[in-house]
Ligand binder design. Structure first.
Ligand code: NI
Length: 390
C-alpha cells in the first residue's frame, strides 16, 4: 500500500504544485477565506468527496467514505489563512494581494490536505475507514478551531491528525514530537490604580507607574523562584500605558501581555499565581488593581498512540534519515489544541527547508518553502491514515 500511495502522490505532484502556487498567489486574511474555501470545495468535489461549505464561518468540511467496516472516524485538519505581511520573495507566484502573504505555510497545509484527500479518494474500496477533512479558517487569530468545533465538526471523530511546516528541517524530512508540541498562550491585562499628585510630593500620592514597575519586576523574579524550572513559564508585558505629565504622579497604568506555558497543571494555576503577586504588591503600597486574565489556546499535547502511528508511517516511507525526533517543544501557540479537547490528536512538522539556500523563519516577508515537501507531506499523511485502521 505504501508504494501505491507513493506512486499516486508522485503522479499528482505537478497538480499539487499548481494548487499550492495558486493558493500562494491568492492569500486571504483570517476569517476572509472566501475564495480559498470555494477553491478547496471545488477540488474536493472533483474527486467525489462530499463537501460542506461555510462551516465555522469560512471553513470547509469533506467526508470521504471508505470501503471498510471500521467505524472509527479519523479527522485531518489543515488551516487556510494568510498573514498581513508584504511579501518580498520575488517569486513568480508571489502574492497578488497587497499586504497579504502566506508566510506561515498554510498554503502548503491546505495543499497537503487536498493531496491526501485526492490520494485516499482514489484508493476507493481499499480504504478501511472514513475520513473527515477539516479546512479551517482563522488559525492566525486563534479562533478558527473554536468556530469549527462549535459547528460540530468533531462529532463522532475518534482521532485527529494535522501538520505544520518547519523551515529548520530540510524538505523531504518529517519532524515528530512526543508529548507537548506548542505552548498554552493566554492574554493578560493589568490595571494599577493609584492616586495622582505633585511630582515633588510623592508621600501625598500613590504612584501607579512605580507600582507597575514593581509588579513587572516581581512577576519576572517570581517565575524564577516559585515556578518549577522544568515546566517553563514565559510572561511578557508587551505594552504599557500611563501618566499625563512629567511632573504629575500617575494614577493609572495599563499593561498588556502574553503568558506562555507548556504543562497543563502550570497553565491551570497561572491566573491565581499572577493575581496573588499583583494583589500583594498593590496592597503593600496602597494601590488598587484590576486583572483580566483571558484564556487563549491550550498547549498542543501529541497523543502517544497517534504519535507512534505517524512516526512509524514516516519511518517506513522515508527511512530513519527522513525522520527527526524533535527534542524540544515550541513556545508558539497553535489552535489545533482546541480540537484536542474533543479527541486525541497529533500534529507533525513538515520540513520545508532548502539544502543550499538561506531559510527565512515563519512569518518573514521572504519566507519560502522547498516544494518537494508537498509529496513528503501527502505520503506521510495518507499512509498514516491508512495505517490507522490496521
Ligand atoms: Ni501557522
Amino acid at each position: 500500500m505504501l508504494n501505491e500511495i507513493k506512486n499516486l502522490t508522485l503522479t499528482l505532484a505537478p497538480r499539487l504544485i499548481e494548487i499550492r502556487r495558486h493558493l500562494h498567489a491568492h492569500p486571504e486574511l483570517s476569517g476572509q477565506e472566501y475564495q480559498t474555501a470555494a477553491y478547496v470545495a471545488g477540488v474536493l468535489s472533483s474527486c467525489g468527496i462530499h463537501v460542506k461549505e461555510s462551516v465555522g464561518k469560512t471553513g470547509v468540511v469533506g467526508e470521504l467514505i471508505g470501503g471498510g467496516k471500521d467505524e472509527r472516524l479519523l479527522a485531518i485538519r489543515t488551516d487556510m489563512d494568510a498573514l498581513p505581511i508584504v511579501e518580498r520573495t520575488g517569486l513568480e507566484f508571489a502574492s497578488r494581494k497587497d499586504g497579504v502573504m502566506h508566510a506561515c505555510g498554510h498554503d502548503v497545509h491546505t495543499t497537503v490536505g487536498l493531496g491526501t484527500a485526492m490520494v485516499l479518494a482514489s484508493l476507493g474500496q481499499k480504504l478501511p475507514g472514513n475520513v473527515r477533512f477539516l479546512f479551517q479558517p482563522a488559525e492566525e487569530i486563534a479562533q478558527g478551531a473554536e468556530w469549527m468545533v462549535k459547528d460540530g465538526v468533531m462529532e463522532n471523530v475518534n482521532s485527529i491528525l494535522s501538520v505544520h511546516v518547519f523551515p529548520t528541517i530540510e524538505a523531504g524530512c518529517v519532524g515528530i514530537r512526543h508529548g507537548a508540541l506548542t505552548a498554552a498562550a493566554d492574554d493578560i491585562e493589568i490595571i494599577i490604580i493609584g492616586e495622582s499628585g505633585h511630582g515633588a510630593r510623592p508621600h501625598e500620592a500613590v504612584d501607579a507607574i512605580w507600582i507597575a514597575s514593581q509588579v513587572i519586576t516581581m512577576l519576572q523574579q517570581a517565575i524564577s523562584r516559585t515556578q518549577n524550572p522544568l515546566r517553563p513559564v514565559v510572561l511578557t508585558i508587551g505594552q504599557i500605558m500611563g501618566g499625563r505629565a512629567p511632573n504629575v504622579i500617575a494614577d493609572n497604568v495599563r499593561m498588556l501581555g502574553t503568558v506562555r506555558s507548556l504543562h497543563p497543571e502550570t497553565s491551570e494555576q497561572l491566573p491565581g499565581w499572577i493575581e496573588k503577586i499583583v494583589a500583594n504588591v498593590c496592597s503593600a503600597y496602597g494601590a488598587r488593581y484590576q486583572l483580566n486574565y483571558k484564556r487563549g489556546v491550550p498547549s498542543v499535547q501529541n497523543d502517544a498512540f497517534l504519535t507512534q502511528l505517524v512516526e512509524s508511517a514516516a519511518v517506513e516511507a522515508w527511512g530513519n534519515e527522513g525522520v527527526t525526533i524533535l527534542p524540544e517543544p515550541s513556545l508558539g501557540a497553535e489552535d489545533f489544541s482546541v480540537y484536542l479537547k474533543e479527541a486525541p490528536g497529533m500534529m507533525f512538522r513538515l520540513g520545508v527547508g532548502f539544502k543550499d539556500k538561506r531559510n527565512y523563519p515563519l512569518h518573514h516577508p521572504k519566507f519560502e518553502v522547498d516544494e518537494q515537501a508537498i509529496v513528503t507531506g501527502v505520503v506521510t499523511m495518507a499512509y498514516a491514515v491508512y495505517k490507522y485502521w490496521n
